[in-house]
Design a protein around this ligand. Structure first.
Ligand SMILES: [Zn+2]
Length: 373
């Protein structure tokens, strides 16, 4: 049995204590595989004179060379034949439209399912009650490979679906946002008994609820209804919309309490499912680790200090996603959380401004360019 398998089959997804050793062993095991099967990854490690055998303790992981997410937007790194990758996913893309393409092999997907099963169970997301699903995202289509559309579709299996409605529909050969349809569905479902679950970009959810409030539409959604959001608040950074204001708006317009609002965080380059707790904190599950790095020196900073978010996991075998560096700024908190979990939690503060970066993303991208990989 591989260490990776053991890690993803731990009983408790948030019992971080005592799992460091297994995590490091799983990382080392996968790192050796990537080194032997992905020539580009080998070149990256060699260029840093990195010795895989130096990975012994959790602190050693900080010295494992990380790859910026930006790098995956320009390069495809694979460690096995593309035929073995049964699911391909792309990131939602930046404003320039450049996307990361990541392929997942069957073994990695099975481990991901084991993770999702346990995380959803912990957060009481599985339900046997027939449910109406509303996805503030893309209607699935064969040509749409974005991870967010796949996640949205996957989410409709968390309870027996009575209906599935998508806010971004494929009409006349192109995707179009149709919030009016979603509004009418919410009004209709509020008169029934079956709970409603929504998932999707917070921005769309917010804009619809704001419009409904302006139009004087105030509903009482059936008991057990749940608002889940994923895909990030990135669209909100410029508008400075507070999460508290969002929760209040949900309560006001749909009469859904804050403890039935759940947020997910993840990235196609780091497919670990982060789910916020009752206090709306993203606790680190056993499957991943987070290192916060100083924006200028790239050295790890102590918990409580702000820096660039570096995400680590041994989940994926088909692509070297062991240690990736985002262009997001965050803080790892040690404070005791009201939800009762005592593992650290990640606060995502925002995205690095493109004009003032001298970040690991930009720096490492330049570095890799020089290496002509
Ligand atoms: Zn908590």
């Amino acid at each position: 049995m591989s260490y990776r398998y053991k890690l993803f089959h731990l009983k408790d997804p948030y019992k971080l204590e005592g799992t460091d050793d297994l995590f490091v062993k799983a990382m080392k095991e996968n790192c050796l595989y990537q080194y032997q099967h992905c020539p580009d990854y080998k070149r990256i490690l060699d260029s840093f004179h990195f010795d895989i055998n130096s990975l012994k303790t959790i602190d050693d992981l900080a010295s494992l060379p990380f790859i910026p997410t930006l790098y995956f937007k320009h390069h495809e790194l694979y460690s096995m034949s593309k035929k073995r990758m049964i699911v391909k996913a792309t990131s939602s893309g930046t404003s320039s439209g450049i996307k990361s393409k990541i392929g997942f092999n069957a073994g990695s997907l099975l481990l991901a399912f084991a993770m999702v099963r346990k995380i959803f169970a912990y957060h009481h997301i599985w339900s046997l009650k027939p449910t109406h699903f509303i996805i503030f995202g893309y209607e699935p289509k064969r040509t749409n490979q974005t991870a967010i559309s796949k996640t949205g579709y996957g989410f409709t299996f968390t309870a027996p679906p009575l209906s599935k409605d998508y806010a971004i529909r494929y009409i006349d050969g192109k995707y179009q946002v149709d919030l009016e349809n979603i509004k009418n569905k919410l009004i209709k479902y509020s008169k029934g008994k079956a709970p409603v679950r929504t998932l999707g970009f917070p921005a769309y959810t917010y804009f619809l609820l704001r419009d409904m409030k302006e139009q004087g539409i105030f509903l009482k959604m059936p008991k057990g209804s749940m608002i889940t959001i994923g895909g990030g608040w990135k669209q909100f950074y410029a508008e400075q919309i507070d999460k508290r204001a969002f929760y209040a708006l949900v309560k006001e317009v749909l009469d859904i309490d804050e403890d039935h609002i759940i947020e997910f965080f993840g990235a196609v380059e780091h497919p670990i499912l982060y789910t916020d707790c009752k206090a709306h904190h993203f606790h680190i599950p056993v499957y991943g680790r987070v290192i916060i790095r100083d924006v200028n020196t790239l050295k790890p900073v102590p918990n409580g200090q702000m820096g660039i978010i570096n995400l680590l996991t041994p989940l994926v075998k088909s692509v070297p996603l062991l240690s990736i560096c985002t262009d997001d700024i965050g803080i790892l908190h040690d404070e005791k959380c009201a939800c009762g979990l005592n593992t650290p939690y990640l606060e995502i503060v925002g995205r690095v401004g493109l004009s003032d970066i001298k970040t690991c993303t930009a720096g490492a991208e330049d570095l890799l360019k020089e290496m002509k990989i």
